[in-house]
Design a protein around this ligand. Structure first.
Ligand SMILES: [Zn+2]
Ligand SMILES: [Zn+2]
Length: 303
């Protein structure tokens, strides 16, 4: 099982030379997913070696331009490159009309199927579920309808050693118990540890993407114990009033969310342009949640 995140853009609002606006590429159990699609995302994909045809789904958190202005360009490039496989976009209400209008007025008839699935910014919903992973959208608190996304790999059941099955003449029920992680106890009361009789065990990894939001602890149960969490941290606590007014979070608040969730690692990003470097933001977050790193364009995190 593998979960690998590539940060394509990590800035808020306006792209700068080294920090482009928000987009991320997640490779989850062998499948490719794009999360938000800021302006110039397709250049970033090339910069950081992500193949266009590895993207099968796109998840858009909300309709502020720094999170989706790269989408129509990417959709158009897929078309020009001869894409045939369908593309599904999970997004808030309104994005379909925007893209449809741009395609219609540019007389573009896509040679692949473009599917839009509307997210609900008011409740927690499983928006995608297959045998490899599931995706849950959850409400965030921002100035536009906004959702975060929780990506979770599916746990693959282990195999049981063949000779053990034969020697102990295991029933279907006993096999199922072993696959579920239980130990085996034979008729004489002898205990066989699960790890001694199974192999190919896998660990299901998970990633929580918390896009633009005011501090929102109600969402934590959705991604409790996640391996990795990205949380916006537009300001330091010195500008708490701006975070509240503009419905963003401070670095400290992002760290509190990670701590409450018992996450293993936190990435903070989406910093206000008032910060020429991220040192103060990182220090503030690490005081609460030590295993915090700063989002940088091109950063790859392999869980
Ligand atoms: Zn933003
Ligand atoms: Zn926003």
């Amino acid at each position: 099982m593998s979960l690998k995140l590539t940060l394509l853009g990590s800035n808020s609002a306006i792209p700068s030379v080294n920090r482009w606006t928000t987009s991320q590429f997640l490779s989850i159990n062998g499948c490719g997913v794009l999360i938000d699609c800021g302006e110039g995302c397709q250049i970033r994909l090339k910069n950081f070696g992500v193949r266009f045809n590895s993207i099968n789904q796109i998840y858009i958190s909300h309709l502020h331009g720094d999170h989706f202005f790269g989408l129509v360009g990417l959709i158009s490039s897929f078309h020009l490159l001869g894409r045939k496989i369908p593309l599904t976009v999970f997004c808030p209400n309104g994005l379909k009309q925007i893209i449809d209008l741009q395609l219609e007025l540019s007389l573009t008839k896509l040679n692949y199927e473009l599917i839009f699935i509307e997210t609900n910014p008011l409740e927690v919903n499983v928006v995608y579920d297959c045998d490899k992973y599931s995706v849950t959208s959850f409400p965030l608190l921002h100035s536009l309808p906004t959702t975060g996304f929780f990506f979770k790999e599916k746990y693959k059941q282990p195999n049981i050693k063949k000779n053990f099955i034969i020697e102990h003449n295991l029933s279907i029920e006993e096999i199922q118990k072993l696959k579920a992680g239980k130990d085996y106890v034979d008729e004489n009361g002898e205990i066989f540890k699960n790890e001694d009789v199974t192999y190919n065990k896998s660990i299901a990894k998970s990633y929580a993407y918390c896009s633009d939001t005011r501090f929102c602890p109600e969402i934590v149960p959705v991604f409790q114990n996640t391996d990795l969490i990205y949380h916006e941290a537009t300001y330091t606590s010195a500008f708490q009033h701006l975070a509240e007014e503009r419905l963003h979070s401070t670095a400290k608040e992002a760290a509190i969310i990670a701590k409450m969730a018992n996450a293993k690692q936190l990435i903070i990003g989406h910093f206000s342009k008032r910060y020429s470097n991220s040192a103060d933001l990182l220090i503030e977050a690490q005081e609460v949640f030590p295993n915090t790193i700063v989002a940088e364009d091109g950063l790859v995190i392999d869980c």
